[in-house]
Design a protein around this ligand. Structure first.
Ligand SMILES: Nc1nc2c(ncn2[C@@H]2O[C@H](COP(=O)(O)OP(=O)(O)O)[C@@H](O)[C@H]2O)c(=O)[nH]1
Ligand SMILES: [Mg+2]
Length: 333
């Protein structure tokens, strides 16, 4: 079973043709479900989806009460899908459904996530160039090297998605988060078409928000389980610096080597101690929050198991454990 999740926001004109293209693309591909998530559209998007669902029982849909953003829409979609392979694609017809088979081939080569790469883009230059800078920064800082982190056309094995929760605007970082959990992430050049109906929902502000989100993701994947390390190290460094300065000034004062109340060093040292101690406290607070969070979110990702009955942390894999026959919990699930 394959699932296609399509987040939509004011795309009334694109959905009919998109459905036709999906229908054609999946004609020879076995069972499929098309899950549209209408994110509080203010046009006829929901009416169009309703009409599609009446004609085609493979169409499923979720409608949000208001606009919650693409990440929320994808997250709701990921929770509702049944497929072993899950596609995401834009609703605006810029992605070409006939490329689905190429994604499936790439997954078969041993990848868990395949991300589309709009090699030739049909967007204005003021979107393309900032996007290049962003992609280079994400690849360097996260180690997940993709030419195009922003492409909405992606394929996932469901197990990878079960471990990842996206919120805010973190939808661009699903491959990065999967990579951080040890999943194999690949990319595939895709044919990107110009937008035919409606207009783009994202402007330049996406770039700045994107960089802030990059900071979040870098911190979460790098230090999410040990926030005190970076914060505390900087705090210790500043505190030590401040204490050394004050010690030196105290030495001068005791020796009667002049007034110290007017030296800039006094203010700098005191400030360094205050900031340093605050950073350490902030780090401890972050550790406290992490310790609560970790209880419900295992910080590791299990690929396979042998003879591990009643495992609660791993999604079943092809080589699922053989449970001892007398373990009723394992037998029933
Ligand atoms: N669910 C949801 N989808 C959105 C939102 N904004 C854009 N999208 C969808 O994301 C896809 C790409 O958006 P688009 O405006 O074309 O961005 P661009 O291709 O980068 O110009 C389209 O399928 C939109 O329907 C949103 O706020 N919520
Ligand atoms: Mg688009």
């Amino acid at each position: 079973m394959i699932s296609v999740v399509v987040p939509t926001f004011n795309e009334e004109q694109s959905l009919e043709p998109l459905h036709q293209e999906l229908d054609r693309a999946f004609a020879a591909l076995g069972p499929v479900e098309f899950l549209f998530v209408d994110d509080g559209s203010r046009d006829r998007t929901w009416a169009v989806i309703q009409a599609l669902s009446k004609r085609d029982s493979r169409v499923r849909a979720i409608r949000f009460r208001r606009n919650f953003g693409k990440a929320a829409a994808l997250s709701a979609g990921f929770r509702a899908v049944h497929g072993d392979v899950v596609f995401t694609m834009d609703a605006d017809l810029q992605d070409d459904p006939s490329e689905i088979t190429r994604f499936l081939e790439k997954l078969d080569q041993g990848f868990d996530v395949v991300s589309g790469w709009k090699q030739v883009r049909h967007d204005p230059w003021h979107k393309v160039w900032p996007s290049r800078v962003f992609n280079a920064a994400v690849s360097t800082l996260t180690g997940c090297r993709l030419h195009d982190h922003n492409c909405g056309f992606k394929a996932y094995r469901r197990q990878a998605l079960e471990e990842i929760d996206v919120y805010g605007e973190l939808h661009r970082f699903v491959p990065v988060l999967a990579h951080a959990r040890g999943y194999r992430v690949g990319e595939l050049p895709v044919h990107h078409r110009p937008r035919r109906h409606g207009h783009s929902k994202y402007g330049l502000s996406r770039l700045f928000k994107g960089f802030l989100d990059l900071l979040t993701v870098r911190f979460l994947t790098g230090y999410g389980q040990r926030p005190l390390h970076p914060l505390g190290l900087l705090g210790l460094f500043l505190t030590t610096l401040g204490l050394s300065g004050l010690t030196y000034l105290a030495f001068l004062w005791v020796r009667g080597l002049g007034p110290i109340g007017t030296r800039p060093m006094l203010g700098y040292s005191a400030a360094a101690i205050v900031v340093g101690v605050q950073l350490i406290c902030l780090g401890i607070l972050a550790e406290l929050i992490t310790s609560y969070h970790i209880r419900s979110h295992p910080p590791y990702s299990v690929a396979e198991e042998i003879n591990i009955p009643s495992s609660r942390h791993a999604a079943p894999t092809a080589q699922s454990p053989v449970s001892p026959p007398d373990d009723p919990e394992a037998r029933h699930g």
